[in-house]
Design a protein around this ligand. Structure first.
Ligand SMILES: Cc1ncc(C[n+]2csc(CCOP(=O)(O)OP(=O)(O)O)c2C)c(N)n1
Ligand SMILES: [Mg+2]
Length: 367
């Protein structure tokens, strides 16, 4: 039986909160499992450095991902190279697994337009800040792949808050009707800025919404990277090669928690208790996978130390390279919106140029 053929209320789990196996460990080599751990550790370290850069005034507003590494790396791991990924604004870990250089992610959040330029050989779309809009893009891409007879799956990330948008419903409904090769991956991190999960929907789970669209929905422990991998891999396989009578799309709800603020412009202490944060920190995906790997003889002190040292160097180098880029000119924000400027954007660029000539940086930076 496929891991997808389960009740949407029956959460899939492979390792428990202490790292003990409680389900079928997916068929990954020792090397792949250690790489998964390394990338999760890298995402966490990158995140810690990025928040600290913002606090030092060396970076713009940044959305932290700590707590969500298992969901991001576990799911990205399940994609084949030719598959496509549509991120929201928090998927720095998944993007790094896909091959987006860390420097690009840093540049984007430092305000460089070129940070949003995805290398030709990386099958992912740019960051989507307007909530849930990428769901429509992903469904459209999935439909295109099907019409072109391409054997490719399209995975789309979005949050729990995004499931209240019309775009979510339209994207999933269309995917069901047209049977597109999509994997809809909901990072249910319990909060949409200050709105808690229970104010988002009266439904018991987000996974069960798939039933209304006519395809499978599965709830998975999003802080268990192996469960996330297993569910996503099954969904990717089904998207490309459905069994008799099966629909291609799947909705995965990965239940997890954002440890930090929504973005560096947010103060979560005004809307949630430390007790809640502590409760979820006990489920941290990184020590959990580490324990499993150590206890099954795949990782030891020496290997962990080597990974940690290597990751620190890699992130430090990316920061150095990003900071070495000349500051972007403010008018660059108009240049890359479309391949060619529309008349409206041209008018905005001209108005900006006049104001800039008159007031300079001072005029724009003044409080
Ligand atoms: C269409 C739209 N409405 C409102 C916002 C403002 N906004 C930014 S993030 C956010 C909350 C999103 O929560 P969720 O979907 O749970 O994702 P998370 O940030 O938790 O990863 C909102 C309302 C936006 N970016 N786009
Ligand atoms: Mg959320």
């Amino acid at each position: 039986m496929s891991v997808l053929q389960r009740d949407p209320q029956d959460m899939l789990r492979v390792i428990d909160e202490d790292g003990n196996p409680v389900g079928d460990v997916p068929d990954l080599s020792d090397e792949e499992l250690v790489t998964m751990y390394r990338e999760m550790y890298l995402a966490r370290h990158f995140d810690t450095r990025a928040v600290s850069l913002q606090r030092q005034g060396r970076m713009g507003t940044y959305p932290p991902l700590s707590g969500q590494e298992g969901a991001q790396i576990g799911s990205a791991f399940a994609l084949d190279e030719e598959d496509w990924m549509f991120p929201s604004y928090r998927e720095h870990g998944a993007a790094l697994h896909r091959g987006l250089p860390l420097k690009r992610t840093l540049l984007y959040w430092m305000g460089h337009e070129k940070g949003n330029r995805i290398p030709e050989d990386v099958n992912m779309f740019p960051v989507a800040v307007p909530i849930a809009t990428q769901v429509l893009h992903a469904t459209g891409a999935g439909w295109a792949k099907k019409l072109q007879n391409e054997d490719e799956a399209v995975l789309c990330y979005f949050g729990d808050g995004a499931t209240s948008e019309g775009d979510f419903h339209e994207g999933l409904n269309f995917a069901g009707v047209f049977d597109t090769p999509n994997v809809f991956f909901c990072n249910n991190n319990q909060w949409a800025i200050s709105v808690p999960r229970e104010r988002q929907t009266a439904a018991e789970t987000i996974a069960q919404k798939a039933v209304a669209y006519g395809f499978e929905g599965v709830q998975v422990d999003g802080m268990d990277p192996l469960a996330v991998y297993a569910a996503t891999r099954a969904a990717v396989d089904k998207a490309k090669n459905p069994g008799e009578g099966e629909r291609r799309p799947t909705l995965i709800e990965a239940v997890q928690y954002r440890f930090g603020a929504h973005t560096t412009a947010d103060d979560p202490s005004v809307y949630r208790d430390d007790d809640e944060v502590e409760k979820w920190k006990a489920k941290d995906p990184i020590p959990r996978l580490e324990t499993f790997l150590r206890e099954t003889g795949r990782l030891d002190d020496e290997a962990v130390e080597a990974i940690q040292a290597d990751v620190k160097d890699q992130v430090a180098e990316a920061i150095k390279a990003a900071e070495a880029e000349p500051r972007p000119e403010p008018d660059e924000m108009f240049t890359h919106v479309f391949a060619e400027m529309t008349p409206e954007i041209e008018a905005q660029a001209e108005a900006f140029a006049e104001l800039y000539a008159e007031y300079g940086d001072e005029g724009f930076l003044r409080e």
